[in-house]
Structure formats: C-alpha cells, structure tokens
Design a binder for this molecule. Structure first.
Ligand code: DQA
Length: 140
C-alpha cells in the first residue's frame, strides 16, 4: 500500500528547531525507522514551507494513495485552502501534530484540517506518525 506523509512549514527544521517542544530527531531519520517498522508500506515523503505547494501535493496524491498523514504545521491554524483540499480528496487523511496544540497558545486550538480528516493525533511526539500509519494500515 502507498502512504504519503506531508509535512508543512518549518518541519524541515526538526532536530534543530525548538527541541524542547519538537525533539532532537530530524524527520528524515525518523522516516528510516518508519520504513523498518512498516516494510510493506511504500512511503512517499513531501515537505514544503509553501501553502500552495502543500495543496498541489495533496491534490497529486489524494486520488491514488491509500492514505495520507498530514502535519500542516502552522498552516493548520490559518489555511482554509488546505482544509478545502483535504475535504476534496479521496484518500483518508490523518492529521498529526508533534506537540499538544491544545496545551499551547489559543490560536493553535483552531484547526482547518481536523474536521475534514479521518482523525487527529497530537501531543505524542513523532510517535503520532507511527500511530497514524498503523491506523491506515489496519483499515486497508
Ligand atoms: C505543529 C504544531 C503547530 O502549531 C506548529 O505551528 C508547528 C508544528 C506540531 O507538529 O506540533 O509548526 O504542527
């Protein structure tokens, strides 16, 4: 099965960005662990700091892939257009946030993605991606 992981702005800085909140591991390194954990999954990884590029990628994979794990990062809280893209596509989307967005600033409590997603995971660190993939694998 094919699963796309799409990460939004500043997640290319994982491992060196606010490590007290986001941890010390670069995402590419964590992706190697995911590939070992899920050998039967064909992973496609995409990261962009640009809102429109994230929408283009959602549209690109959203009709062919078996599932999408989306961390839209800061755009989660601002982007109606990313929420619309999630609603438009056919593949189930699991929203993931590394940090607990509900225990931080109030503006992080709003998500334009949650209501359009199959489910959401937040506050469990990078493990949230693993749990999201496990759910997508089990439902296939
Ligand atoms: C984040 C939470 C967002 O509020 C923040 O803007 C991010 C990362 C997370 O994974 O915890 O960039 O999506």
């Amino acid at each position: 099965m094919r699963i796309a992981i799409i990460n939004g702005p500043n997640l290319n800085l994982l491992g060196k960005r606010e490590t007290d909140i986001y941890g010390n591991m670069p995402f590419e390194k964590y992706l190697q662990e995911l590939r070992v954990l899920f050998p039967a999954v064909d992973f496609h990884y995409y990261q962009s700091n640009v809102e429109g590029e994230l929408i283009n990628e959602l549209q690109k994979v959203g009709y062919d892939y078996d599932g999408i794990v989306l961390n839209a990062a800061g755009y989660t809280h601002t982007s109606v257009a990313i929420g619309d893209a999630v609603a438009a596509i056919k593949a189930p989307v699991v929203e993931v946030h590394i940090s607990n967005v509900h225990s931080r600033e109030d503006f992080r409590k709003l998500s334009h993605v949650s209501g359009k997603s199959a489910g959401s995971i937040f506050g469990l660190g990078l493990k949230g991606y693993e749990f999201a993939i496990r759910w997508l694998v089990d439902r296939a």
